[in-house]
Design a protein around this ligand. Structure first.
Ligand SMILES: Nc1ccn([C@@H]2O[C@H](COP(=O)(O)OP(=O)(O)OP(=O)(O)O)[C@@H](O)[C@H]2O)c(=O)n1
Ligand SMILES: C[C@](O)(CO)[C@H](O)COP(=O)(O)O
Length: 256
């Protein structure tokens, strides 16, 4: 595997070997600014470093991969090395879309027969807690696929373009009690995720916004379990989200 940056700690051979992959291959167009959001500072560390640390510090995770934008490969390697992270074994180039970056993880793990479980996490979710990571790992003892989610608290509607030609109109209020907002980490038995993506790639109409959706659509014989997420595990997506994350981080500090 190229771009090796650190040696891993001794794995615990009594449980499935687990790799976490932190997806940092995006450019952060919606946030704007001169560099991808994963490299922005948040409470004295970068967004990326915070996301990686949550997995690096978890005893149930054996190894961490970081997927980054090609032009920021050396910078990411430096950042990982200087952050004192112990389990990052490689910094790799992601793909042109989030889905392509997930596929790059699967490619990187080809020829690594020892890996049994994989957690995929957005670098853009730097406030993920160890508790959430552990919930995913525990659920993976009983399921082939696991997604972190929180209940929808707003009323959710389906819209259509207005008949008058201006704006949108509501067509349906979707019953809310069964709605959840998906977050990451999402965890998989590696062979389940690989099979789902193999089938998806053979489908010319394949699109996805997360990895659990790929398993749901292409390997429906595997239940995708939901584990409780946290509202604080926000995805830095739009301008202003970083300020919200700073506030949450300060509040967390005040309670620790
Ligand atoms: N080609 C891509 C696109 C996204 N991601 C990662 O997937 C996560 C969720 O994506 P998103 O929030 O959309 O990040 P960006 O693609 O960077 O943002 P934008 O869509 O605004 O450009 C982020 O951690 C992002 O780095 C990735 O690894 N590879
Ligand atoms: C994977 C995800 O974070 C689940 O909510 C989300 O779908 C990523 O979406 P994005 O548009 O790539 O930020």
């Amino acid at each position: 595997m190229p771009h090796h940056t650190a040696t891993t700690t001794d794995p615990d051979t009594t449980r499935p070997y687990t790799i976490a992959a932190v997806l940092a291959g995006g450019v952060g167009a919606r946030v704007g600014g001169t560099e991808p959001k994963q490299f922005l500072p948040l409470g004295g560390r970068t967004v990326l470093e915070r996301a990686v640390s949550a997995f690096d510090g978890e005893p149930g995770v054996d190894e961490v991969l970081v997927l980054t934008v090609e032009e920021h490969l050396s910078r990411t390697e430096r950042l990982v090395a200087e952050a004192g992270l112990n389990k990052v074994s490689a910094v790799l180039t992601g793909g042109a879309t989030r889905t392509a970056t997930s596929l790059a993880v699967l490619d990187a793990l080809r020829g690594r027969p020892g890996t049994e479980r994989i957690l995929l996490h957005d670098a853009a979710r730097p406030l993920v807690s160890g508790r959430t990571v552990r919930r995913c790992l525990e659920a993976l003892d009983h399921a082939g696929a696991v997604g972190t989610a929180v209940p929808a608290t707003d009323t959710v509607v389906r819209v259509e373009p207005s008949g008058s030609g201006t704006g949108e109109v509501i067509r349906e209020v979707v019953p809310r009690s069964a709605l959840r907002r998906m977050q990451t980490p999402q965890g998989f038995r590696l062979e389940v995720l690989r099979r789902a993506y193999d089938l998806a790639l053979a489908d010319p109409g394949f699109t996805a916004t997360d990895d659990c959706g790929v398993v749901l659509d292409y390997t429906p014989e595997h239940e995708v379990r939901i584990v409780e997420g946290e509202d604080t595990n926000l995805k830095i997506t739009n301008p202003g989200d970083l300020e919200i994350a700073e506030t949450l981080l300060r509040r967390r500090g005040a309670h620790e």
